[in-house]
Design a protein around this ligand. Sequence first.
Ligand code: 6PG
Length: 486
Amino acid sequence: MGADIGVTGLAVMGANLARNFARNGYTVALHNRSVARTDALINSYGSEGEFVRAETLQELVESLERPRRVLIMVKAGAPVDAVIDDLIPLLDEGDIVIDAGNSFYEETRRREEALREKGLHFVGIGVSGGEEGALWGPSIMPGGSQESYESLGPMLESIAADYHGEPCCAWVGTDGAGHYVKMVHNGIEYADMQVIGESYDLMRALAGMEPAEQAGVFREWNTTDLASYLIEITAEVLEQEDELTGRPLVDVVVDSAGQKGTGRWTAISGLEVGSPVTTIAESVFARSISSQREVRSVTSQIFGAGITGAVSAEDLYGTGDARQEFVEDIRKALYASKLVSYAQGFDMLTAAGREYGWQLDMRTIASLWRAGCIIRADLLDTIMRAYDAPAGQQPVNLLLAPEFTEAIAECLPAWRRVVAAAATYGVPAPVFSSALAYYDSLRAERLPAALTQGLRDYFGAHTYQRIDKPGTFHTRWSEDRSETEA
Ligand code: 6PG
């Protein structure tokens, strides 16, 4: 009997996925560019299951049962292509190549097409949950052909996170759909973290609340509608004391957020498919501005740092009822902004489904994010319910699901107060503000886009449509200003 699956690329994510397969009863062939890493894995964890040691890709392939399944877990980009190029001559028709890294969906589409032409299956799978998730149960978002999922699906489902008996793994759509869904997951992850950051910043700046004290607030919030992994670990990070200085760890960490690119891709794709993912884009920009530390060190001197006006946090929301009400307002602003960012994420998935011909099922996607992944949250269960209705009767925007319409209405006054306070006292809250602007845009019966159209027609004869009759029109701005049908 050959091995059930081969894993190449045994850095921590690949190693943990391999161990997860083995723990679930599969025989796993292991390969890494440097054999030392393969041996180290077998030495440390060989007793966890059946492993086959392969020194070369050829040995790996030869050890596999047919159709062969080879999972690649190397750095996204050129290294993935390099491994694929080495694998192709070793494989036969019907074999399956799996890319479990955070690859860009367009690359996955390209690779899937190229391998399909050679009679091979290429499956891009989104995997979320970090190192622990990979080992104990990640959320898995597989793309590729439906046919390949028949052979691969049961294996993936057995290693995936389990949400009350249901695996957080299901085929989401052809070619790059899996990586696309994972990308949107990451975009939402960026927005989730940014709204948490804005909440922390406002509590600190305007209510004078120290990180350790805020840890208690986040812990409390984790028992509300906000219950989620990211809120839970925020409490842990905020109460962490720096070993060296005894100060809160957040105070000694450089305030410049890195990114590997998935959030940026989400924002770019949102622009491309015409879906206004403002919260995600703002979160990416918030990281960019955080990275401009040198500029900020100059501008903060010249513009003046700290809260504006002759006020102190103590006088604003620093004590008693004022503080309690402010904290509760922030909780609501956070929840409402989070709802908007999920609504935007699902809107972009809908638009991408149309653009790329994927039959994305929003209910299934929400179900995959309920456990194992970074954005896991109670909210996902509610989102699933919102998409319970048969296709065609589902809300066109998630915020229209009755439960969410009500929740937003309930949060709205607090949300407005928080955004107003942030603007009044000069605390940046880009996602709270842009989420509110998005909501108000959706609420508006008329947007100033009519004026934009008028201006475009004035300087560039770009034409416009009228609300009262069909057709395309142009005003002769530089002549007699009469209207003509274009
Ligand atoms: C996950 C994470 C994971 C990784 C991101 C972080 O779902 O397990 O999203 O994929 O942590 O790449 O991305 P940034 O480095 O861009 O924040």
